[in-house]
Write a protein that binds this ligand. Structure first.
Ligand code: CDV
Length: 316
């Protein structure tokens, strides 16, 4: 018996700094209605879906960033998303800036069941960028200024009859992200991103190369862990800064099965079979039979590059 679910990747076009939360939620609701017409079981929105990608703005006084954060979820402005999704019987996931009651700040995402209950929360672990204004860069990327690294790990939840995990943007470039979820049997990873189309530290690295690394990361993560991936962009030009598109669905063999070809609000809807993950999980990536953890110790013992283990050994 196949385990079919219909997923909708809900790409958002640009959100300008002056755009209100209400106007963004209205756009998200429109996409939700469109997804409902295509009988989607799950809608996935991007990273920091409710605001512009504000880590590009350096604010000397950190507290001035507070209006970009949500202090409760759902809050008054996001409640319509929860209510409408529940009425439509649709699960959803979206990213947002989270402020906790004790003053912590995270780049977070939620997984909301079709009942409207939050079943999972993820806080971005691999924060890119820097803390202070960096005049050497063509644009700022201040995630390390505005957020703390996530403290919830990479859990996987039972949802929609399968095992669903979340990751956010830069997390996709790290094999550890995928493997920790793979070791919990993940069958679907949902992932939102805001990726500037130019590397702020390497002018020659433009859209083509950024897209290459994006696809490479998603396809490798999917294949090596035999999981579906729904990756959703916030795209287009935000206050003069270009974010690339590349919203796509990748199958457990690492193949891109669908991809959006524009940078505006739009949907990519596909029915996927979670049982397609089984072949990979039971053969070449049957972790229990093939992994050799006695040789992987460095991965959790060392953060950066250190001395080679073979140093001083015989030349072979
Ligand atoms: N929002 C992000 O995490 N962006 C990073 C950029 C800075 C490289 C990304 O991995 O796309």
């Amino acid at each position: 018996m196949p385990r079919l679910i219909t997923v909708a990747a809900a790409q958002l076009g640009p959100i300008q700094r002056a755009d209100s939360r209400g106007s963004v939620v209205a756009r998200m609701l429109k996409l939700m209605e469109d997804a409902a017409r295509e009988r989607a079981d799950l809608i996935v929105y991007p990273e920091l879906a409710l605001t512009t990608f504000f880590p590009r703005w350096y604010l000397e006084d950190r507290s001035q960033a507070e209006p970009w954060f949500e202090s409760c979820m759902p809050g008054p402005e996001t409640l319509p998303l929860f209510e409408r999704a529940r009425a439509l019987g649709m699960a959803m996931s979206f990213g947002y800036a989270e402020a906790t009651p004790v003053g912590q700040h995270f780049n977070s995402s939620v997984l909301v069941a079709a009942t409207g209950q939050i079943v999972g929360k993820y806080r971005k672990i691999h924060l890119p960028g820097h803390v202070e204004h960096d005049p050497e860069r063509t644009h700022q990327h201040l995630e390390k200024r505005y957020f703390e690294p996530g403290d919830l790990g990479f859990p996987v939840w039972n949802c929609l009859g399968g095992l669903v995990g979340m990751a956010i943007c830069n997390d996709r470039r790290w094999p550890e992200t995928w493997r920790v979820m793979g070791l919990q049997g993940v069958e679907l990873v949902v992932l939102g991103f805001n990726t500037p189309s130019v590397n702020s530290q390497k002018a020659g690295e433009g859209l083509a190369e950024r897209m290459f690394h994006h696809r490479l990361s998603l396809q490798a993560g999917a294949y090596q862990n035999a999981t579906w991936v729904v990756a959703v962009a916030k795209a287009g030009v935000e206050d003069g800064h270009h974010l690339m598109g590349g919203t796509m669905i990748v199958d457990p063999e690492g193949r891109i099965v669908a991809e959006l070809d524009h940078e505006a609000d739009g949907l990519l809807v596909r029915t996927i079979d979670l049982d397609d993950t089984r072949f990979g999980k039971e053969t070449i990536f049957d972790f229990k039979r093939h992994r050799r953890i006695e040789h992987y110790g460095l991965i959790t013992k060392r953060t950066g590059v250190g001395a080679p283990l073979g140093k001083g050994g015989p030349e072979l």
